[in-house]
Ligand binder design. Sequence first.
Ligand SMILES: Nc1ncnc2c1ncn2[C@@H]1O[C@H](COP(=O)(O)OP(=O)(O)OP(=O)(O)O)[C@@H](O)[C@H]1O
Ligand SMILES: [Mg+2]
Length: 251
Amino acid sequence: MKLAVSGKGGVGKTTFSALLARNLADQGNRVLAIDADPDANFASALGMPNAENITPIADMKDLIFERTEAKPGTVGGFFKLNPKVDDLPDALSTEMNNIKLMRLGSVKKGGSGCLCPESTLLRALVTHIVLLRNEFVVMDMEAGIEHLGRATAKAVNRLIVVVEPGRRSIDTADHIKKLASEIDIKNIAVVGNKIRGKKDEDFLKTHLSGFEFIGFLPYDDNLIEADLNGVSPFDTNSPSKTIVADMISKL
Ligand SMILES: Nc1ncnc2c1ncn2[C@@H]1O[C@H](COP(=O)(O)OP(=O)(O)OP(=O)(O)O)[C@@H](O)[C@H]1O
Ligand SMILES: [Mg+2]
């Protein structure tokens, strides 16, 4: 199963992705966790030691040169459009129990639709992972769906949009839905996070009536504390742990 997580900044994408990946691993599944948000730290939310020392693939200049035959940072020019990537998930991931993590990193964009060696390599890698890897994939993304393309659309089982009770997060969810429909991703679902009560749930259901909801996670100080202390939300006493475990059976 291939799951991609998106939503407005700060809504809880990384928290939810970590709870999802750790629960899946806990249930005995092998998980490939992809950190596709340039600013995110999925690794530390997963509870990986030395999380901050993991080099993003976009910064591996020698690798990008070796695989695309072009220097990172160049735009246009000649480079391989189908670089070899099938060995990368195993070679470049950091492992913890049943979870392998890869950090994609960020590509500096020059104008629209950057066609540069690093973005070509990342796109090829994500396509390979989504289409050909057979473990569970959990991809923590930014407020868009940058690394997904038409080729991967059918293989993404769910695009999960995390929302919080607030107008801006709803606008972002609508925007993500539009981006997704442009590349034919149809299986979108919503998770309501930071829910303080029935009023918050109703607010989201009313304003996102066109979405399928797969669940709600309560507002929880334990999750903030965990983040402050660099502890995985899965290693705290949070009701969200079991709520996410139950969600998995619905996916
Ligand atoms: N249910 C919740 N209750 C209270 N705080 C939460 C909850 N979920 C997440 N948080 C807190 O909200 C903050 C943002 O969470 P997180 O980093 O997971 O969001 P994000 O969407 O990944 O953010 P970014 O866009 O920066 O990547 C963190 O401090 C986290 O602990
Ligand atoms: Mg994040």
